[in-house]
Design a protein around this ligand. Structure first.
Ligand SMILES: *[C@@H]1O[C@H](CO)[C@@H](O)[C@H](O)[C@H]1NC(C)=O
Length: 435
């Protein structure tokens, strides 16, 4: 009997660990700003249906904090809450159709633009943290969320010149004169964020809710995350491995926005492998790390001074004009890019279409561009994720033994199937390569 029980126990243990290895996590972000876009870019929650069987977690972005009361509040009450369109409830009720799904509410995420210093201010006072946490518990419970994601809006690093910065001696001299400190009190804020994480987890534990943190683009992990102190209180940490260079931050120079590995003569810290390695090296368990990839591209305008080869980094003339669907300068959704690419059926479109340049090394990513016409108009350079590069990143996640991937966000993937007829090609390619 005892032997039988032992065998049974061993089998159970084996089955559990096998199950953990075999079920990579897929975090799908839903950015509610997509609800107010027009035409092809307008995404309603029900448009997510074809994606949700691939997702283990659905993250609703984004909630806000009230700068005066420090409470967790809806960013767009009219969109989010029951007295408006009730989207919080619409997404949490998707669990009825997709019972495997955990639905989390994310706060911050770079979408909460009023009084940006309120994120640090909240951390500084125990009373403010308490107000945040109790309001969060109530909101999450009222709307049936399974947890909270802290996409905390810490101050971001200052953009720098991209090319050659690190090879020049002059840089070393200049740095000592003009080194810009991101946050004078970053050590205090790091310790206070640790407290926020512990206190929030204690409050959410009663309701068996999840707590995750998203490291948003251009936040320096080493300034704000005390890996050992937070790891037991976070279910997952989602690393946003993109927007290292954007046309808003670097208007005069374009470069890969989401490279997997370090490029020559670039800042060696601005790539996914550096980020992931930092978290692992600092003892954070790989079984709790999620790599987030974008479903959009970042687009710059080329002018007559731009290199006609298109090879980055290259001189640019600011932010490219908005796309036809998303109408957001400098950002193009995947379907806005794929429909602009040259293909055999429109070979004549040399001036109107973009030439795609893939990366056989699989280290840096894909870009597409067209040089300006004779009048100097229409030049564009865009760095973006496509199904191949997304699949490649999922392969990296597997090789490093991380918990899974995130796609940010569903509304910028090709949710209508405009590229090839298949819906959500980026999400699907990544998910496929995880298995
Ligand atoms: C991040 O902060 C560390 C100090 O903790 C610093 O050495 C490093 O250069 C910073 N990284 C970037 C990209 O600014």
């Amino acid at each position: 009997m005892a032997r039988f029980l032992l065998a049974f126990a061993l089998l159970a243990v084996a089955a559990t660990s096998w199950a953990n290895v075999e079920t990579p996590k897929v975090f799908c972000y839903y950015d509610s700003r997509s609800y107010v876009r027009e035409t092809q870019a307008k995404m309603l929650p029900q448009d997510m249906d074809p994606a949700l069987s691939y997702c283990t977690h659905l993250i609703y972005g984004y909630a806000s904090i009230a700068h005066d009361t420090h409470k967790l509040v809806a960013l767009n009450p009219n969109l989010d809450l029951d007295q408006g369109h009730g989207n919080y409830r619409v997404v949490t009720q998707m669990k009825r159709k997709f019972p495997q799904l955990k639905v989390l509410l994310s706060v911050g995420g770079g979408a909460d633009n009023e009084e940006p210093e309120k994120y640090n201010t909240l951390l500084e006072s125990p009373e403010a943290r308490t107000a945040f946490i109790s309001s969060a518990s109530v909101l999450l419970r009222n709307y049936g969320f399974d947890g909270l994601d802290l996409a905390w809006q810490f101050p971001v690093i200052k953009p720098k010149k991209i090319r050659g910065t690190f090879s020049s001696i002059w840089h070393g001299i200049k740095k000592t004169f003009s080194s810009k400190v991101v946050d004078e009190k970053s050590e205090e804020h790091r310790d206070q964020f640790t407290k926020l994480v512990q206190e929030t987890k204690n409050a959410l534990r009663h309701d068996n809710m999840l707590l995750t943190a998203t490291v948003i683009p251009n936040v320096n992990s080493s300034l704000y995350f005390d890996t050992h102190a937070i790891m037991n209180n976070l279910d997952y940490v989602i690393l946003d491995g993109y927007d290292y260079n954007t046309p808003m931050r670097n208007p005069k120079e374009a470069d890969y926005t989401a490279p997997l590995y370090e490029l020559l003569e670039r800042n060696p810290e601005l790539n996914i492998n550096f980020l992931v390695t930092w978290w692992l090296k600092n003892g954070f368990p790989n079984s709790k790390l999620i790599l987030s990839m974008p479903s959009f591209g970042r687009a710059w305008k080329l002018d007559s001074d731009s290199a006609i080869s298109g090879v980055p980094p290259l001189h640019t003339d600011g932010v490219a004009p908005e796309g036809p669907y998303t109408k957001h300068a400098g950002l193009l959704s995947y379907p806005e890019i794929c429909t602009k690419l040259q293909n055999p059926s429109n070979a004549k479109g040399i001036h109107t279409h973009l030439r795609k340049v893939t990366d056989p090394s699989k280290r840096y990513g894909t870009y597409a561009f067209r040089v300006p016409d004779d009048n100097g108009d229409g030049g564009m350079w865009v760095s973006y994720e496509d199904p191949d590069t997304a699949g490649n990143k999922a392969g990296y996640v597997r090789a490093k033994g991380l918990a899974g991937i995130a796609v940010n966000d569903l509304s910028l993937d090709d949710f209508r199937g405009l590229c090839t007829g298949d819906k959500f090609p980026i999400l699907r390619a990544a998910k496929y390569r995880l298995e």
